[in-house]
Design a protein around this ligand. Structure first.
Ligand SMILES: *Cc1c(COP(=O)(O)O)cnc(C)c1O
Length: 382
């Protein structure tokens, strides 16, 4: 072997002797075979991997880890939450089909459904999912899917998944639930009859704000379809991102436990602040807790931007679910794509702030919000 060849061909075909404690990162675009005969084994199903766009051990790890926690037969991971949602939807719906979705969707999903799915010839009606009549009257002959979120954004409505699955079963529809805010630690939608569960693993599954990733889970038939869509749309997740997703997933339970406790304490403390008109925090999302997001409506006259400047170590971000406490301004970020009338109808206003509660000491979290709110209240009075 000459230098140029040797420089490229390491490590070589020999079997590795070392067995790593963590899953190695298969940072590769493809897999190699001893000969054509062995390569053929991929097509007969005796080998799992051929080409990373079609499957990779790290992306399968993220999919399987999430599917196991969701109590699903199989999962498929994708490059982002939206890519996973699209793959899940396309596993069920095709051109000419119709979807009934909740009106209080995450903004990106709203945009995907209202604009891009229309371009695929898939029509979506947005309804108030708390009204059985609205759902029933929106269902058409070509409706194939009912779509909602387990805990909605930013006002934290807890969906009645069992109720929706009864409607879906009665009308022969599939039910898909975005479980990003709740995570399987709090809510497992498949247990209540959901056919497909979607995650932005960018949020709690990743947990460290260092990766963009998505997962869908469900039965084998639906997930093989979803996985096929991801492979053909080229929306597969890269090996390193999948590996980061798995690393995050392993601490989901401890993070959620702590973050939910902190959030419950913060929600309680904010009730008595003069600068707060309303605190949004669920009361019965799950026996394990009520989530780690607290939203507030600032009192009339309190300036949201001035409030955001008072928060020192609390980060201002367009996302949620990291280890560190952060805030966002839904009208400017997650809910920017929504039409004004819909935002108003949902109650997302210029006074709405969404707090993603982190793993810090709850005394420090409560203290920094109380001080900022008291400063804000003082400014209104002066
Ligand atoms: C962030 C988010 C998404 C989109 O996920 P990406 O990873 O940004 O593509 C979908 N649903 C919910 C509820 C989200 O919070």
């Amino acid at each position: 072997m000459h230098f140029h060849t040797q420089n490229v061909h390491f490590p070589n075909k020999e079997k590795a002797q070392e067995v790593s404690k963590t899953k190695p990162i298969y940072q590769t675009s493809a897999f190699t075979f001893q000969d054509f005969e062995e390569m053929e084994q991929y097509f007969s199903g005796d080998k799992s991997y051929l080409y990373t766009r079609m499957g990779n051990p790290n992306s399968d790890d993220l999919a399987k880890g999430t599917a196991d926690l969701e109590g699903a037969e199989m999962g498929a991971s994708a490059a982002s939450g939206l890519a996973a949602i699209l793959a899940g939807v396309l596993a069920v719906a095709k051109t000419g089909d119709h979807i009934v979705a909740t009106q209080d969707l995450y903004g990106g999903t709203y945009s995907l459904f209202a604009n891009d799915l229309q371009d695929f010839g898939i029509d979506v009606s947005f309804v108030d999912m708390e009204s059985r009549e609205e759902i029933e009257s929106a269902v058409q002959e070509n409706t194939v899917l009912l779509y909602s979120e387990s805990i909605t954004n930013p006002l934290l409505r807890v969906e009645d998944i069992e109720g929706l699955s009864q409607i879906a079963a009665g009308r022969g529809l599939r039910l898909m639930i975005d479980n990003t805010f709740a995570t399987p630690y709090l809510i497992r939608p498949h247990e209540s009859g959901a056919d497909i569960v979607a995650h932005s693993a960018t949020k709690y599954i990743g947990g460290h704000s260092d990766v963009t990733a998505g997962v869908v889970t469900g039965n084998k038939e639906l997930m093989q379809k979803a996985r096929g869509k991801i492979a053909m749309l080229g929306s597969n997740i890269g090996p390193f991102d999948a590996w980061l997703g798995v690393r995050g997933l392993k601490t989901l339970a401890v993070r959620m436990e702590k973050q939910c406790r902190n959030a419950a304490s913060l929600a309680e403390a904010l009730q008595s602040e003069k600068a707060v008109k309303k605190v949004y925090y669920p009361t019965a999302a799950s026996p394990e807790g009520n989530g780690a997001i607290v939203s507030i409506e600032l009192a009339d006259g309190v300036d949201a931007t001035a409030f955001s400047k008072e928060l020192d170590w609390v980060k201002v971000v367009p996302t949620l679910a990291g280890l560190e406490t952060s805030i966002t301004y839904p009208i400017a970020t997650s809910h920017r794509p929504l039409p004004d009338e819909l935002r108003e109808k949902l109650g997302v206003t210029a006074q709405t702030i969404r707090i993603s509660v982190g793993i810090e000491d709850e005394r420090d979290i409560i203290d920094i919000f109380q001080k900022a709110l008291q400063q804000s209240a003082a400014r209104v009075n002066s």
